[in-house]
Design a protein around this ligand. Sequence first.
Ligand code: MSK
Length: 652
Amino acid sequence: MPNSKTWDPIAQSMIEKANEQGFSTAFSRAEAMKPCPIGRGGSCCSFCFMGPCRMVGKNREELAGICGARPATIAARNLARWIAAGAASHSDHGRDMAIALRETAKGKAQGYEIKDVKKLYATAKYLGVKVEDRTKEEIAIDVANAALEVWKGQEGEIVCLSRAPKRRQEIWRSLGIAPRGVDREIVETLHRTGMGTDQDPEHILMHALRASMTDGWGGSMIATDIGDILFGTPKPVRSKVNLGVLKEDEVNIVVHGHEPLLSEMIVLAASDPESIEYAKSKGANGINLAGICCTANEVLMRQGVPSAGNFLNQELSILTGAVDAMVVDVQCVMQALQGLSTKFHTKLITTSKKAKITGATHIQFDEHKALSIAKLIVKTAIDNYPNRGKSEIPEGLDDLVAGFSHEYISYMLGGIYRASFRALNDAIIEGRIKGVAGIVGCNNPRTVQDQGHNYLTREFISRDVLVVQTGCGAIASAKAGLLTPEALQYAGPGLREVCEAVGIPPVIHLGSCVDNSRILTIATNMVTEGGLGDDIADLPAVGIAPEWMHEKALSIGAYFVASGVYVLFGGGESPVGDSAEVTEIITKGWEEKVGGKLEFEPDFDEILRKSMDHIELKRKALKLGSWAPGKYTRTYVTPQELARRGQAALEE
Ligand code: MSK
């Protein structure tokens, strides 16, 4: 039920409640606050204190800041800094995961264990760590230390690049953008974009691509792999989504943010019989855990913890009056939660060393005492339960299937002994599946919540394009019932046949924002499987962030471009749209160099059209035809018919 604020009727009812009762939310604040028309298009320069300089005026060729900086240089510097900030967020997350693994292996991290030894071996292999005749703890210490080198490298290139297709690695090296360590590239971005240093827009933006790669092929990749080692590589899991996951008669704890380190311990602490007994002693029937944003995705895909929704649901969850504690770590946490939670009984608990919110309760996470801290947080929530006043949890829930890793997808496609991407590649070669669209990223109150994600997802699958998702985009689809096998009703005939035969849904949940690295791995596997070219840029694939709002989205977009992918950002105007020169560099310029390009396109139908044109173009370049059922088998038999014949044979 689309309307002016949200695609989700449950969110709409909560927005109406907030308006009636006079509570401000991001939806109402976005309406009240018009964006700055100068900053919006990348025309504000605040890199020194002679300004800020505003690049406004009709004759843009003649505009200059006090230092003489041209509008294109200013727009390029802005974009490069946003990309570096986004890469820093994901990479700092990955660094903490590596430290937690090292402390776990040393027996110093309370509550953690090495859960997935197979993944530990696979990670050790690409990091160059010896595994033979060693304990898993010895390997894990070396894996953690080798991973931390990805941050420290001053020269050379990060080791994870070796996971990309050979052709892609050659392109990066020939252009001189194979990144050194995360810290070096991000520091250098800040240096280059300061007053009086790098002043050539193209040069600045090539470095921005290099910095972004420290995210996707560096910090995020490490975060994903170590998350799998510590908490298990995801396998499909059923769960529920939307505000209806909160429970009237139980202690509701909502985990929100990004890092799984504490939230995994809260899952343990909340299921501890002592905690449950304690909750009962306070009059509750149990403890109910739910998530928001990417912390939700982390505990959803590995533990099946239900999601209360995506980014714009964070305030709405508190408005139910049923959240006894909202536990936050880093990224995407609105400061407004604090003011709003004081209007209800909700305890807002900050936990990261790096993030406090004035007025919130701070219980600092430390991996050495992680389980004890998680138990304290759970107890704090239980103690707050008797303070709950009238609560109003909206009815309505959706089912979902989450938690596909590239390991599980290759298993589903080929089984235990022949796990591979062959079946997917063949389906694309035959034309049953036309291509793949990664639809990822945030909500943004300047666009209708979830509309872009869900409209595009439905349209793509109806055109036989497989959709892979992460982050808040995946939760948008979950709320619309698109992360279930039932979504096959919207799929085109070719995609439906493949999904039914293999047993995968047409929309695949791959995890949180750092798990966009899983999409890179899947793309690489598709290339190395054969038949679809020798580079990621050859694949009939697109990347889309329809409702983006965070700098991290720009970093993700940039590393996909650097990897050869056509990336489209929707929802609003281009943040560098005032500069035709920068727009040219990130589209045509980048495409000529790296094969990928970045476009900002507010019209969702145009995103769809451009994406399908691109997929067709790539199919043509690979000389792939259309799906013709009789072409590959003498008599084509549908999977349903095969199943029917199998059943009949069994009955005989
Ligand atoms: S949480 S970065 S709003 S996807 Fe990863 Fe969602 Fe965007 Fe945050």
